[in-house]
Design a binder for this molecule. Structure first.
Ligand code: AMP
Ligand code: ZN
Length: 465
């Protein structure tokens, strides 16, 4: 069996991955808050953990991996959109408008991530469907002395969990000094964080032992991962912007509610995405969504290949130059891979590269080797494994079928003339024009064959006949 190594944030070491139960490898990844279209940065963890999911399925079997990624659909920004729509006269209760906004955003998310060939997780729980489990977990934390109710809020008491801060390696004092903690009169310690908070009557709320309210963000993931994967599971992932406080708080909640278990064994964090060397932000004007790129005609496979070019633990820079290079590379690979057939095992060199802490750049180097060796079948199977090719190459990359008959006839005529007159100038010039248009000319004594290369551009043949 292939040995997988992963860099575990918890231990800060690259470790051999050993699943708790090889017949059911379990992974949880923090998903999006569904208030708007996903920006390009949001797509990075999706692609990173999709590669890991594909690798795990390959090594342990497709039926032996459970991947859960949540949708956060309790959020002020979702509420705001719904309130604006209601104010603009849209019919329906606020709850319905909120639900409609979440539904709409989830549908966009699916369409955009499908376009990047990210496999859907086995389960995509919505926070609003697990409120009862969250309330139960909070009650349990209160009963165990790890949380307290105050003024309609329930807070987690960080002093009750000495290991708090272990993931990010910060002490509580450092965190207080460095973080923007919300100071509130009902907090015993400024680091205490919200498990439950009251809801005003004009906003969604759920009944609870502490009155009508709604859950804090962190408890969502603790409750949903427990409900769907159990108290201990194998891998927890997300962007490194979530390490503190979100993941630190997830650990505190889950480990205190289930002291018999140890929550996630391996923590993986992807670094952030930048654009042309700068942080992506609306004020810099370099903020765009996955849909913006797709609408501009950038194929999803191209976005995916650019992402795979950078290791997940390094900041990744999206540049126009990389986009152009990735597109040219894929055109070349597809022209070869379409000569292979069917599905089959991926190249072991690529599997090994991924097994080494998801070395996707190494995997791409291996693909270049397969291409150089013109191993079209293995190239095809490996591209499919990596989500870079469906059963057929995508339409944008396949040279249009073109009828070269008239050009073949013209070449034959020119050759006959040249042989007679001993003047090859016209024939040579015709051949060069074909070449310049991306057409490969193969002439034997008996035959003339014209083949479109991946660079074939029919527009360049205009006026040649
Ligand atoms: P959010 O919806 O803001 O909670 O983010 C959803 C996911 O996108 C989280 O896993 C974040 O870590 C990730 N994310 C947000 N911005 C970026 C970025 N610029 N680069 C990479 N990942 C990001
Ligand atoms: Zn989470």
């Amino acid at each position: 069996m292939v040995e997988i190594k992963l860099t575990n944030t918890k231990t800060r070491r690259k470790e051999v991955f050993e699943p708790i139960d090889a017949s059911n490898v379990r992974m949880y990844v923090c998903g999006p808050t569904v208030y708007d279209r996903a920006h390009l940065g949001n797509a990075r963890p999706v692609v990173v953990f999709d590669v890991l999911y594909r690798l795990l399925r390959h090594v342990y079997g497709a039926d032996h991996v459970t991947y859960v990624r949540n949708f956060t659909d309790v959020d002020d920004r979702i509420n705001e959109t719904a309130q604006q729509r209601k104010a603009a006269g849209e019919p329906g209760a606020l709850e319905e408008l909120i639900r409609a906004r979440s539904d709409e955003t989830i549908a966009w998310y699916h369409a955009d991530m499908d376009a990047l060939a990210a496999l859907r997780p086995d389960s995509e729980p919505r926070a609003t469907e697990f409120i009862a489990q969250m309330v139960a977990m909070i009650e349990d934390l209160v009963a165990r002395g790890h949380a307290y109710a105050a003024q309609g809020h329930v807070l987690f008491a960080v002093d009750s969990y000495p290991a708090y801060g272990g993931l990010s390696g910060r002490s509580v004092d450092d965190m207080i000094a460095g973080a923007r903690v919300e100071v509130a009169p009902y907090k015993r310690n400024p680091m205490d964080f919200v498990l439950w908070k009251p809801s005003s009557s004009d906003l969604p709320g759920w009944d609870s032992p502490w009155g009508r309210g709604r859950p804090g963000w962190h408890i969502e993931c603790s409750a949903m991962s427990f409900a769907l994967l159990g108290a201990s599971f194998d891998i927890h992932g997300g962007g490194n912007d979530l390490m503190f406080p979100h993941h630190e708080n997830e650990i505190a909640q889950s480990c205190c509610a289930h002291p018999e278990a140890d929550f996630a064994h391996t923590w993986l964090h992807n670094e952030m995405l930048q654009v042309e060397g700068k942080k992506m932000s609306k004020s810099l004007g370099n903020f765009f969504t996955v849909r913006d790129l797709l609408d501009q005609g950038v194929p999803g496979e191209v976005i995916r290949l650019v992402f795979l070019g950078t290791h997940y633990r390094k900041p990744m820079d999206w540049t126009e130059k990389k986009r152009i290079e990735a597109e040219a590379t894929l055109r070349k690979w597809y022209a070869q891979a379409i000569q292979g057939v069917g599905r089959g095992d991926p190249y072991i060199g690529v599997v090994d590269a991924l097994a080494d802490d998801l070395n996707t750049a190494g995997a791409i180097a291996e693909l270049h080797q397969l291409s150089l060796a013109n191993d079209v079948a293995t190239l095809r199977h490996t591209l499919q494994f990596l989500g870079l090719m469906e059963d057929e190459a995508p339409e944008w990359a396949v040279p249009k079928s073109f009828d070269f008959m008239d050009y073949v006839d013209a070449l034959k005529t020119l050759r006959a003339e040249a042989l007679e007159t001993k003047n090859f100038a016209k024939l040579d010039s015709f051949r060069s024009s074909l070449k310049a248009a991306g057409v490969e000319v193969q002439m034997t004594k008996e035959n003339v064959d014209l083949l479109a290369t991946p660079d074939f551009d029919p527009a360049k043949l205009e006026g040649l006949l």
